[in-house]
Design a protein around this ligand. Structure first.
Ligand code: ZN
Length: 191
């Protein structure tokens, strides 16, 4: 499906679709923000930080969790947004049947095979998740668990470097900020 001058209508369509599908979901953070905030954040990181102007990437970013986290099927997504967007979403969809540890390992293993569109969404997604861990950590996540999450995100992103330097730099900065926060928290705990 070629996107030409009608990028905005596709973005709005994706936002409406995603907000309906994720309407009952909240982020894990203490603030329990509506799930759509995360999707807007990922798309905005791509647009504002990564200077991504490819509408297929922006639309796929907004839809990136619909198949994984809602009952949306691949066919539905194809009917509404076409093959191209759907194939990008599928690239970054984990198989929820698999145990968490396996899914995490597979993300690392498959990262290098991602298309550049999927790789950029992956970096923006990890950036958004780590930002949330800093600003509104998931309830009950220990310092160790948060550190592990950041380390895993870094491992994934290490395998897709070279796709979009601005996104990567921003990711590194967020990881540094997370590390500083963790150290400060640890010091406070030990004092
Ligand atoms: Zn996500």
């Amino acid at each position: 499906m070629p996107f030409e001058n009608d990028g905005v209508s596709h973005v709005l369509h994706a936002l409406r679709f995603a907000s309906e599908r994720h309407r009952d979901q909240r982020r894990k953070g203490g603030e329990a923000s509506p799930y759509i905030n995360h999707l807007i954040d990922v798309a905005d990181i791509l647009w504002s930080v990564g200077d991504v102007r490819d509408i297929t990437t922006i639309v796929a970013a907004i839809l990136h969790d619909t198949i994984e986290d809602t009952d949306t099927t691949r066919e539905e997504l194809t009917d509404s947004f076409g093959e191209e967007v759907t194939s990008v979403v599928l690239e970054i969809t984990d198989d929820k049947e698999l145990p968490n540890v396996v899914r995490k390992r597979l993300q690392v293993e498959h990262a290098a095979e991602l298309s550049s569109r999927a790789a950029m969404i992956k970096i923006a997604d990890k950036t958004s998740n780590i930002k949330d861990i800093i600003c509104s950590p998931p309830v009950g996540w220990s310092l160790e668990r948060r550190r592990e999450y950041v380390a895993w995100g870094k491992e994934v992103v290490a395998r897709i470097r070279g796709t979009n330097p601005a996104l990567e730099k921003n990711f590194d900065r967020i990881c540094e900020k997370a590390a500083e926060g963790f150290s400060a928290e640890e010091k406070e705990y030990n004092s």
